[in-house]
Write a protein that binds this ligand. Structure first.
Ligand code: SF4
Length: 505
């Protein structure tokens, strides 16, 4: 089933990036522009340095990486089997497992589960799938207030902001901005901007909510097929509170998050924290299954969300996208993300993984500019703890986009496609290419400046010379030089004469 397009996919990446880069400080957003970019760069550089240090401690890192990739690839090959095994074991322990084909079905299921309890407030522990299905807006529409309990998510919610990173959603905020926000929203004008003071203020605020709210919604890092268990790793302990104190717990999780067995955590509980936050292990690792004894929630539901994942699974070349364990190491190392920050992706999933996941979740019908938001430098692949070859998938998706565009009349008649087809026509035949090069050499003459570069091009070509100069075609092409310096009888013998400048057709 085709997933709906959420509010996250309104803008093309170049348009959104331009706005992010050009944003000027104003009274409402005094730290926009350079301050935001500086915050993003500082935070990602610190996390990256910590990650590099703890990864270097493990001589077996590449083996762990290969093991993680192999486990995830095997699971995806047999996803139907492991999901059914999870369902059987979770149900055996008293859990209720639901299947949601798309966002609308997932929201409907949540509302049906909540209806008998009629909660006014709902605790949430960081769940990206709930953002993916637009759950907060849906709950508000039905008179319920979702309360984010992860500190960074709370900052985002209070500031009516958008996350810019999926491990550290508020990394674009400085502590001064957070102090001002807490002082206003929590009525604490005396608050300092010391991290300890800010954390204590959030703890006071949230503790009352934990003790009085009866329903929670969570995400999950992993599902364990052999035990029916659900695993969350976190640093603050808010997850543990959400998982143990409420009467009703709903976990919404993508179908790709299942692992065959508890033992597989041995790999991922080493690679995930090191890659995500540069920690050797997460302070809180919670695993729960069903509703055992008098401990924890009385009612426990798991919603298994497809929402566009099945078509990705069916594509041999892009299936590796679903191996992702959402560590965000690829964001922290990406030069494009460093420059633009997460908002420019206009997607729940930012950075390199967002550039391949978001368009695929929308059957390549939305967010089509994201696969181009990369220089293909390969830094994301190098750091990925499950060895997803993101550049390879980006190129595959770019090909799909071109195919889709060419399949429509408007697309096939676009200036870009006509230019590409003309280039293909010329390059298929040596004499055609030769004639075109001679034509271009003549046409460029009025445009070449004294330094041998073209500084301005007309029409759509102007995009190139707006930010850089174009080297002019040399007076003699490689083909002409080859012909001039090699006779037909000695075509395989190198000539004594070498070209005085690089030549190319
Ligand atoms: S693609 Fe790899 S590096 Fe990026 S978030 Fe997923 S697991 Fe982490």
């Amino acid at each position: 089933m085709k997933p709906e397009t959420t509010h996250w996919n309104r803008q093309d990446f170049p348009e959104a990036a331009r706005k992010e880069l050009a944003a000027k400080p104003s009274q409402d957003a005094p730290f926009a522009h350079s301050q935001t970019r500086r915050n993003v760069r500082n935070a990602t550089e610190i996390i990256q340095a910590k990650r590099n240090a703890v990864v270097a401690e493990l001589p077996e890192w590449q083996d762990l990486r290969a093991a993680g990739a192999a486990i995830r690839a095997h699971t995806l090959e047999h996803l139907d089997h492991y999901l059914l095994e999870f369902e059987a074991n979770c149900t055996r322990h008293g859990g209720h497992v639901h299947w949601a084909a798309d966002a609308a079905e997932a929201r409907k299921l949540v509302l049906e589960i909540l209806a008998p309890h009629a909660p006014r407030e709902i605790l949430k522990i960081k769940t990206m799938t709930s953002e993916e299905i637009g759950l907060n807006a849906c709950l508000e529409e039905h008179g319920m207030h979702p309360l984010e309990t992860d500190l960074a998510e709370l900052i985002i919610q209070m500031g009516r902001d958008r996350p810019s990173h999926f491990v550290v959603p508020a990394l674009h905020k400085s502590r001064g901005q957070i102090r001002d926000l807490f002082a206003r929203e929590m009525h604490r004008p005396e608050l300092s901007d010391e991290p300890e003071a800010l954390a204590a203020a959030a703890r006071d605020y949230l503790r009352q909510k934990f003790l009085s709210t009866r329903v929670a919604i969570s995400g999950a890092n992993f599902l364990l097929a052999d035990t029916g268990g659900v695993c969350i790793v976190e640093s603050e302990g808010n997850g543990r509170m959400c998982l143990t104190l409420p009467d009703v717990l709903i976990t919404i999780v993508g179908i790709e998050k299942v692992l065959p067995s508890f033992q597989d955590l041995e790999v991922f509980l080493q690679t995930l924290p090191r890659s995500a936050t540069g920690e050797r292990m997460n302070p809180y690792n919670s695993i729960w299954s069903g509703t055992p004894g008098n401990d924890g929630p009385r009612e426990f539901h798991v919603i298994l969300l497809d929402n566009g994942r099945s078509p990705i699974l069916a594509d041999d070349e892009s299936r590796q996208t679903l191996r992702c364990i959402r560590c965000a190491a690829c964001l922290n190392t990406c030069p494009v993300y460093h420059q633009t920050g997460g908002h420019a992706y206009d997607s729940v999933y930012a950075g390199p993984i967002g550039a391949i996941l978001t368009p695929q979740l929308h059957s390549m019908q939305a967010a089509q500019s994201l696969p181009y938001a990369s220089s293909l430098c390969g830094a994301c692949y190098e750091v990925c703890p499950v060895a997803i070859n993101i550049p390879e998938v980006l190129i595959h998706l770019r090909g799909k986009i071109v195919e889709q565009q060419q399949s429509t009349v408007a697309g096939s008649l676009s200036l870009w496609n006509i230019a590409m087809k003309s280039a293909a026509f010329l390059m298929q035949d040596g004499s055609r290419l030769h004639a075109a090069v001679h034509l271009a050499q003549a046409a460029q003459r009025p445009l070449v400046s004294r330094n041998g570069f073209i500084e301005w091009l007309p029409g759509m070509l102007n995009g190139w010379t707006k930010t850089r100069d174009l080297p002019a075609l040399p007076a003699e092409s490689f083909r002409d030089w080859w012909r001039r310096t090699r006779s037909a009888n000695s075509s395989l013998q190198p000539s004594a004469e070498q070209p005085s400048e690089p030549r190319h057709d």
